[in-house]
Design a protein around this ligand. Structure first.
Ligand code: HEM
Length: 207
């Protein structure tokens, strides 16, 4: 296994976040509506993890360090875990496990349908993120995993629907998402290793 320490460090840092929220819930430090706070934090956490996952390939191209790529799968699985917890927290704290209310909830909060599509997409990616699926699906694996950009768009649309009144915060997230998508355009992606070579040459020439 390559970069075991870096992988472990990523694992510990990401796992510490929901554990800290759990501690805050235990200490009554999550505000007047702790359930809703948890739903919001887990949703936002999932989106941030999706950004970080998508930033790993451009980071590798820019720095030449393959440690970024090695943690990509783990980060993607963490993103799925956060979304699964976000959905669970919604079912427990907002829906109150009252399944008869689900129809009413869906008409009151239609953005849940968009979130659910994102969840299904992430579930498909998480289930096929192993080497066995990669071998079995061959070329189709890459095509399937390109769906991550659609999932990102669904996550951003879902968030926009929730925070309609606060477009400032959403715009920042949308901008980050747009930059990450642009970095995948082949012409743009090809520039990244050149930036690395150029800055390395500048350092050598300066010595
Ligand atoms: C079945 C799946 C999902 C359900 C039921 C769901 C449900 C919810 C609900 C009810 C809220 C608003 C809570 C409130 O009233 O403030 C919310 C907010 C949010 N969700 Fe989801 N969601 C789902 C999937 C997703 C996915 C896939 C993502 C991202 C990848 C996501 C990211 C967010 C974000 C960023 C927010 C806004 C948090 C904030 O305002 O700070 N959700 N979600």
């Amino acid at each position: 296994m390559r970069f075991p320490l870096f992988r472990l460090m990523v694992f510990i840092v990401v796992a510490a976040v929901p554990l800290y929220w759990l501690y805050e819930a235990w200490a009554f430090a999550l505000g007047p509506d702790p359930g809703k706070t948890l739903v919001d934090r887990l949703g936002l956490g999932a989106l941030v993890l999706l950004f970080i996952t998508l930033a790993m390939t451009p980071m590798q191209k820019l720095t030449g360090w393959s440690g970024w790529i090695v943690t990509r799968r783990q980060l993607g699985l963490w993103c799925f875990a956060f979304v699964a917890l976000h959905l669970t927290a919604y079912c427990v704290f907002i829906l109150g496990l009252d399944w008869a209310q689900l129809g009413v909830e869906l008409s009151k909060r239609p953005y849940i349908i968009v979130g659910a599509l994102g969840f299904i997409g992430l579930l498909a990616l998480a289930l096929t993120s192993n080497r066995y699926s990669q071998r079995r699906l061959g070329r189709r694996w890459k095509k399937l995993h390109r769906a991550v950009y659609g999932i990102l768009a669904l996550g951003l649309l879902h968030m926009l629907w929730v925070v309609r009144a606060d477009l400032k915060e959403w715009s920042l997230y949308a901008l980050i998402g747009a930059v990450l998508m642009c970095l995948r355009i082949p012409v743009v992606a090809a520039v990244l290793p050149r930036i690395r070579t150029k800055s390395a040459n500048t350092v050598i020439n300066a010595q």
